[in-house]
Design a protein around this ligand. Structure first.
Ligand code: DOR
Length: 446
């Protein structure tokens, strides 16, 4: 009897837990059903992919999609469109919207807004505040919640848990890994005067390396007392890499493509406030430290920290210009380009964009190109040379710090649970995104 599948991807080199090999992949009912020689099988849809590489779907574990309240910058539809155009199959979205996502109802509201409008799978973080610790255990158990997010230093929006006492309360409430933006609010308040001259080049001096390290150290001390696993978001300093390497039993960590690509002072000279983000882009020796974190396996995931603001907002004089840059669509092209330049292997790209997310956040049935798992794939052409241009970008903010950059390596197709949602830069079909499932917050039966 001839095997039949909904979709077969034929002849690509697949890259997964097994290394690299040429194989066909068959999808049935949204899951990977077979890997091997499917030359005699039938399928409703076939993608011929010789010469291309098939990766487990790329997961971006940190994006800001601005809905509700800041839809002039982005919304769940436009942000997820940018994601799939860039080869991303799932995103975890941050709680600093307007209102913030700090009650169960606000989290459920985001999940409702996402239904039928998002192009990729998604999860939402619960935002910790100074007084919602009692709500966090309930929030983190809602299916589709990626966990609790804490801002130790003020950034875009109102979420802030600056004091040890309040942070300890958050860490004592709930079980899942807590994701934390580590910048020490008190040190930054003392140094804010450094921004008085209006020079964006001071951004990484105001919010200096010590601010980041101090907060990460404070977090780890409190996490040990609470015996709570933590995830340090967008690590930016060489010192934190060394420190986190000594704390891998309890702490995981993220790096961003922009911190691996750009460096101070050049980025501020060329991009001005468009290079401004928190924690800041720093000098080249910190960037080298982050690359060591990638090479040594200390970094667990890559997140883009996609943080769109309009061009008009970003063009305001520093320090009135908002912090953040878009990145969900350029995450994979940048990583593939670094891969082409020999800075990391394709296997490490897979580890950082799928297996890492699976391990850090406890994804259920996702994050692995294997039989039985969700059929999320990113098909890439490692040899394609392309230039990042504004007309390719889908984010509502309509700019990228990487416009004009030529890269080697490009996403050719994005497949979400067996649905081909992007092929050759064209978005296809309907927004099929669904909530990501987590081992610690499985949806009810039925
Ligand atoms: O630069 C940043 N922008 N860092 C953050 O922590 C928040 C983000 C935003 O939401 O704009």
């Amino acid at each position: 009897m001839t095997a039949t599948f909904d979709l077969i991807i034929r002849g690509a080199t697949i890259v997964n837990h097994d290394g690299r090999r040429r194989a066909d992949v068959g999808v049935r009912n949204g899951r990977t059903a077979a890997i091997g020689d499917l030359g005699r099988a039938d399928a409703g849809e076939v993608i011929e992919a010789p010469g291309l590489h098939l990766l487990p779907g790329v997961i971006d574990t940190q994006v800001h999609f601005r809905e509700p309240g800041l839809e002039h910058k982005e919304d769940l539809a436009s942000g997820s469109l940018a994601a799939v155009k860039g080869g991303v199959t799932a995103v975890f979205e941050m709680p600093n919207t307007k209102p913030t996502t700090s009650t169960p109802d606000q989290l459920l509201d985001k999940l409702n807004r996402a239904r039928g409008r998002m192009w990729c799978d998604h999860a939402f973080f619960a935002g910790a505040t100074g007084d919602n610790a009692a709500l966090l255990p309930e929030m983190e158990r809602i299916p589709g919640c990626s966990g609790v997010k804490v801002f130790m230093g003020a950034s875009t929006g109102d979420l802030l848990v600056a004091e040890d006492e309040l942070l300890a309360r958050v860490l004592a409430s709930g079980r899942r890994r807590v994701a934390v933006h580590c910048e020490d609010e008190f040190r930054m308040r003392e140094r804010k005067h450094l921004t008085d001259g209006g020079d964006v080049g001071q951004h990484c001096n105001w919010r200096d390396a010590e601010s980041a390290l101090l907060a990460t150290r404070r977090l780890l001390a409190l996490a040990r007392v609470a015996r709570r696993p933590v995830h340090v978001l967008h690590v930016t300093t060489a010192e934190e890499i060394i420190f986190l390497a000594a704390n891998k039993d309890i702490a995981t960590m993220e790096v961003t493509p922009q911190h691996l690509t750009l460096a101070a002072p050049e980025c501020y000279e060329t991009l001005g406030t468009f290079a401004q983000m928190n924690p800041p882009i720093r000098e080249a020796h910190h960037r080298d430290g982050l690359w060591r974190g990638v090479a040594d396996g200390i970094a667990d995931v890559i997140g883009s920290d996609h943080a769109p603001h309009t061009r008009e907002e970003k063009a305001k004089p520093y320090p009135n210009s908002p912090s953040g840059m878009p990145g969900v669509q350029t995450l994979l092209p940048l990583l593939l380009d670094h891969c082409a330049a020999g800075r990391l292997t394709l296997e490490r790209v897979v580890d950082l964009t799928s297996a890492g997310a699976q391990r850090v956040f406890g994804l259920a049935g996702k994050g692995r190109l294997a039989v039985g798992y969700d059929a999320d794939y990113t098909l890439v052409d490692l040899a394609a040379r392309r230039t990042i241009t504004r007309d390719w970008l889908a984010s509502r903010c309509d700019w990228s710090p990487f416009e004009g950059k030529e890269v080697t390596g490009w996403p050719i197709a994005t497949i979400v649970r067996g649905h081909v949602v992007m092929r050759e830069d064209e978005v296809l079909g309907a927004p099929v995104g669904a909530p990501v499932r987590f081992v610690d917050a499985l949806p009810p039966v039925g």
